[in-house]
Design a protein around this ligand. Structure first.
Ligand SMILES: [Zn+2]
Length: 383
């Protein structure tokens, strides 16, 4: 489905749908939610991680017609209702694509568009990651082989970090193949393979290995077969990047063990285990210095970082204000990374206690907090 701007379809809801997409894009939203409610329809955006108040509300008499039209315009099957659907739609004029998901709810079918900015370039330097963490990541493209894994909750920016790592590799000198479910962004110089229900990561990975890759991105390690194949690929001279479901860098290792990967194989091949979170970044225009009371309350959480930072007022908070440069005091989000390098991976496999990571989530967060980039109070929410 594609919108070329010249309106061939005539429908009372066409403009509204297109206006919603444009308004969401201009507001920097990541998602648009078309929600059926008891009283009609609510159109809401997600901006910097939070759901916003409705952008527009329609009455009950519009509900059925509007949703039929959104389904048609979003490339979903109108005749099918009552079961989930996925699709993709393009807005060439806005240089935007959207992943579409439909879910039946009590009051009808809710549709969510995940906006994909096609002009976005993935630069590892542009993510806002603290210099000391960035230095470690920048070594990854130089690795000849091994496995690098990133864990984190849904929406924590794992894919963006992986894409940015891939884009920092010399794509002309290397054969890079990605296996993705689904492919979100088409990137030049990469061979991107969409994975769907018919082709598992494992099956695709077997045939990828016959294509002489240097670097392989596997969307997600979900099962024993994929885990085993990723490590086999690493052992035979490939660099494998992937995501895995776990809560921490140490949890990644435990998960691999659960998936049947031998400990010595993990020790020899896992180069980096990463856990990532996205934290909102404070607006430099209206952030405030954290009060003594706040710092006292957090003192047990912030003992790790430079003592001076507290006394010279480096720690900032969102003072609840807003200015012309920000949205409710925030300007975006920054990845905060916990990283275990090979030697720490081996320590963990030998049964070392947790809590002695050089680059724990908390330490990384505090480095960013020391720059005034994030609200120091959020150290409490890190888990
Ligand atoms: Zn501001």
């Amino acid at each position: 489905m594609s919108f070329e701007g010249n309106k061939l379809e005539v429908s009372p809801y066409y403009d509204l749908y297109f206006d919603a997409v444009r308004a969401a894009h201009e507001a920097g939203a990541s998602d648009i939610h078309f929600e059926p409610t008891r009283d009609g329809v609510a159109i809401r955006f997600r901006i910097i991680g939070d759901m916003d108040l409705p952008w527009k509300v329609l009455g009950l008499d519009h509900r059925q017609g509007f949703f039929n039209e959104i389904k048609r315009l979003s490339g979903l099957i109108i005749a099918v209702s009552g079961r989930p659907q996925d699709g993709r739609v393009s807005f060439p004029n806005l240089k935007l694509d959207a992943r579409v998901n439909l879910l039946p709810t009590l009051h009808g079918e809710k549709i969510v568009l995940r906006l994909l900015d096609l002009q976005r370039d993935f630069k590892i330097d542009a993510l806002g990651i603290h210099m000391s963490t960035l230095e470690i990541l920048k070594d990854i493209p130089r690795l000849k082989n091994g496995v690098v894994l990133i864990s984190g909750p849904t929406g924590s920016g794992k894919t963006t970090t992986l894409y940015s790592l891939l884009c920092s590799i010399d794509r002309t000198a290397k054969n890079i193949i990605t296996l993705e479910d689904p492919v979100e962004y088409g990137l030049s110089g990469l061979n991107q393979v969409p994975i769907d229900k018919k082709v598992s990561f494992g099956t695709a990975l077997r045939s990828v290995l016959r294509q002489d890759p240097d670097v392989i991105l596997v969307g997600e390690i979900r099962d024993e077969e994929t885990a085993s194949l990723c490590f086999k690929a690493a052992q035979t001279g490939h660099l494998v990047l992937s995501t895995i479901h776990a809560n921490s860098a140490a949890g990644v290792i435990d998960r691999l063990v659960n998936l049947g990967v031998e400990k010595f194989t993990i020790a020899e091949n896992l180069r980096l285990s990463v856990a990532q979170r996205l934290v909102k970044t404070l607006c430099p225009g209206c952030r405030e210095t954290a009060s003594k009371d706040i710092l006292l309350d957090l003192s047990s959480d912030i003992f790790l970082c430079q003592e001076d930072a507290a006394t010279v007022g480096m720690f900032k908070v969102n003072g609840g204000r807003s200015c012309e440069y920000c949205r409710n005091g925030f300007i975006g989000r920054v990845p905060i990374l916990e990283i275990m390098k090979s030697e720490e991976v081996i320590h963990h496999l030998r049964g070392a206690e947790r809590g002695h990571l050089k680059r724990s989530l908390k330490r990384s967060f505090l480095e960013s907090a020391t720059l005034g980039q994030v609200d120091i109070r959020e150290v409490k929410d890190l888990a």
